[in-house]
Design a protein around this ligand. Structure first.
Ligand SMILES: CSCC[C@H](NC=O)C(=O)N[C@@H](CC(C)C)C(=O)N[C@@H](Cc1ccccc1)C(=O)O
Length: 664
């Protein structure tokens, strides 16, 4: 036990340089936003790294040129986008005042300049097919509506900040904080620079994919412009915006989300993703097509996985798209007669954090070559290129670090759950230099969502736990995505429920492998995983200690304090909390706090508006009233993305490991 306590003290200086250690987080890099030139010769991508002085993820644009040379391009830039003729690259960079602007680089002349002088950052930048204009989204302040008139303060007086009055439904958002009175609108600007022209108006947000028609005269976007849009958070439509007169026409009208428009090269077919809303916890996002006039809407694919980012390719004679299947993100193509072919596995650009599965973006050249990012449990996101079935990983951004480290190896294990007939997928990460004849302590690490999936991706957090000598078990219990809609909705109006049994079966399965010390079991999880961790310690005493990160403890209070309170009561519960009090309380970990004996640490960002810290405070105070060994760790300034800053990630893992080490 003493040995374990020393090994797991991540604040102590390790003498073993071959192990992945907290300070190594700052040395990690990952690739994202792979953009292949129209002729397929060159790929520009974002090379992300961690700035130890400012404690942030930052990134620069790099390229692999036609000769295969890896070259730096532009510092501190994002969103590179090739012009249709491949002569220019638009991107978002910093102007002389440090403000984000739309820039353009002319390759032949080797010149770059800002095309705009905006007051807010542009996003969603997309070239018109004729290369003459660039569309983008930008926030615009709504008309100010002063409520009470106050006397002017004397010049130079230091008065308190005035009161803030809130009347809108969605008034704060996790990560963004209290929302200013602004709405995101669509603009176009000449590719030679000049004054941007605002195309959309009204108190609605417009964002997502921009799809130009081939004549460069119209743009398709998605938005929720319904009268009471805030009360229908999932009801977006696709709109056609005509540049000539700025007219906006809806081309979809069903109840449910419609988005990600993409147009075939001949302009005859529009693809989009969405579903008819059945108000379930999770619904498969399906690929649809319609004729260019919005008629003849039909499903292109009968496929029980959520489809993302459709893009037409003449070479591939169909729409390319991404999806996640059983924890692995894939790229595929579907022809206009609905024939689907998988093209690639392991998409992702994960790096630090937990092993959530999700595709990276991708782009396709005229000659069919495709650029994207790939990841595995042993490799953070790297740039890759696919040419007619031949996959090449083009960057090795982490070899300089990881070739000198022994990482925790990962194997997959599937097992039957003790509840019902379901087979469950899990991953087991063993400590570096693992010896199966020994017995190791176990950490069960539980994902959130709950409609999300862990998968075959790199996770710095779990590697740090393995380096500290733990076997780490991570599972996709029922409710997880990437196994189909029915599997996800096993927990519809029933969360937590039998997902608890799946997790306990996972622990029993790994114990049966023979190398886990069943008297040294630990459990942790964040958000939805924090809910399940609190549920577990209210149901069993088999864990030596628990860390409940950013949980929901009481669904009643959560439903009325979370930023997305217009969503949860409708999709996760049978109705409003005061009409269904019994249901809300029955599924709340607070209802089981009277059973808890497990030493428990809470760990939450003080600026978390998704699962507000008041949830953690309720649980901490209840545990204290019961005289249970408990601690509350509050992370100043952190939102729900509790490990977004590298030092927060280090602190999170260090506190978890120290709590476990002090409860042998
Ligand atoms: C705006 S509604 C979607 C909420 C989202 N759930 C998706 O299924 C979410 O924020 N979930 C939280 C827990 C919930 C508030 C009880 C969560 O578990 N967050 C995860 C990250 C995550 C976020 C969104 C989608 C998938 C995973 C976490 O912080 O680990």
């Amino acid at each position: 036990q003493k040995q374990l306590s020393e090994d797991t003290d991540q604040t102590a200086k390790s003498t073993n340089d071959s192990l992945f250690q907290p300070k190594d987080i700052f040395q990690l890099e990952f690739a994202s936003d792979a953009q292949i030139s129209p002729d397929g010769s060159t790929i520009v991508y974002r090379r992300n790294w961690f700035d130890i002085m400012n404690d942030r993820s930052v990134g620069d644009l790099w390229m692999i040129n036609a000769a295969g040379k890896h070259l730096p391009m532009i510092e501190s830039a994002t969103s590179p986008r090739w012009s249709p003729d491949g002569t220019r690259l638009a991107y978002v960079g910093l102007d002389r005042n440090g403000k984000r602007q739309l820039f353009c680089h002319w390759f032949a002349e080797d010149r770059s300049t800002a095309l705009t002088h905006l007051t807010e950052s542009p996003s969603g930048i997309t070239w018109s097919p004729d290369g003459k204009q660039i569309a983008f989204f930008m926030s615009v302040a709504a008309k100010a509506k002063p409520f009470a008139t106050l006397p002017a303060k004397p010049k130079g007086a230091k008065w308190a900040d005035p009161p803030k009055m809130i009347t809108k439904l969605r008034y704060r958002s996790d990560g963004a904080g209290f929302l200013p009175d602004k709405f995101s609108h669509l603009f176009v600007v000449s590719a030679d620079g000049g004054s941007p022209r605002q195309l959309t108006t009204g108190d609605f947000n417009h964002n997502g994919t921009v799809a130009w028609t081939s004549d460069s005269k119209e743009i398709l976007i998605s938005a929720n412009r319904h009268e009471d849009h805030e009360y229908q958070p999932n009801n977006s439509e696709i709109y056609r915006v005509r540049l000539a007169d700025r007219s906006i026409t809806a081309v979809t009208d069903r109840v449910g989300p419609d988005g990600s428009p993409a147009i075939s090269d001949d302009g005859k077919t529009i693809a989009f993703v969405g579903y008819d809303d059945k108000f379930l916890g999770n619904q498969t996002q399906t690929l649809y097509v319609m004729d260019s006039d919005g008629g003849n809407k039909r499903k292109l694919l009968e496929f029980d996985r959520s489809v993302g980012s459709p893009k037409w390719s003449n070479f591939h004679k169909g729409f390319l798209f991404t999806y996640v299947d059983q924890g692995n993100a894939k790229l595929a193509v579907v022809s206009l007669d609905g024939e689907m072919k998988k093209l690639a596995d392991n998409l992702g650009s994960n790096c630090i954090g937990r092993p959530y599965a999700g595709p990276s973006s991708f782009t396709v050249a005229d000659n069919g070559a495709i650029a994207f990012c790939v990841t595995t449990p042993m490799m953070p996101g790297e740039l890759a290129r696919l040419d007619e079935g031949d996959l090449q990983v083009l960057t090795h951004l982490n070899n300089d670090l990881l070739e000198h480290k022994v990482l925790g190896e990962v194997t997959e294990q599937r097992f039957p759950s003790s509840a019902g007939e379901l087979e469950i997928q899990s991953w087991i990460m063993v400590p570096p230099n693992f010896d199966p004849s020994k017995k190791y302590p176990l950490i069960l690490e539980i994902h959130g969502g709950p409609f999300a999936a862990y998968g075959d991706v790199f996770s710095a957090e779990l590697q740090l736990m393995a380096s500290a000598g733990y076997v780490v078990l991570y599972v996709n219990p029922r409710g997880s995505t990437s196994y189909g809609q029915d599997f996800a909705n096993e927990i519809h109006h029933n969360y937590p429920g039998q997902d608890y049994d799946d997790l306990m079966s996972a622990v029993d399965t790994v114990i049966a492998n023979g190398y886990v010390d069943k008297d040294r079991l630990y459990v942790t999880g964040g958000s939805g995983g924090g809910v399940l961790t609190a549920w577990i310690i209210g149901s069993t005493n088999r864990f030596k200690a628990a860390v409940v990160a950013k949980p929901v403890i009481n669904w009643y209070s959560f439903a009325l304090t979370s930023d997305a309170y217009n969503f949860f009561y409708k999709y996760w519960f049978p109705g409003l909390p005061w009409d269904h009090t019994e249901h809300y309380m029955k599924r709340s970990p607070i209802s089981k706090v009277g059973n808890v004996e497990t030493p428990t640490m809470l760990l939450t960002g003080e600026a978390d508006y998704r699962t507000p810290i008041s949830e953690s405070e309720q649980y901490y105070q209840a545990l204290k009233l019961r005289k249970i060994d408990a601690a509350m760790v509050r992370i100043p300034g952190a939102s729900h993305g509790i490990a977004a800053r590298p030092s927060h990630l280090l602190a999170k893992v260090a506190y978890i490991l120290k709590w476990f080490a002090t409860h042998p």
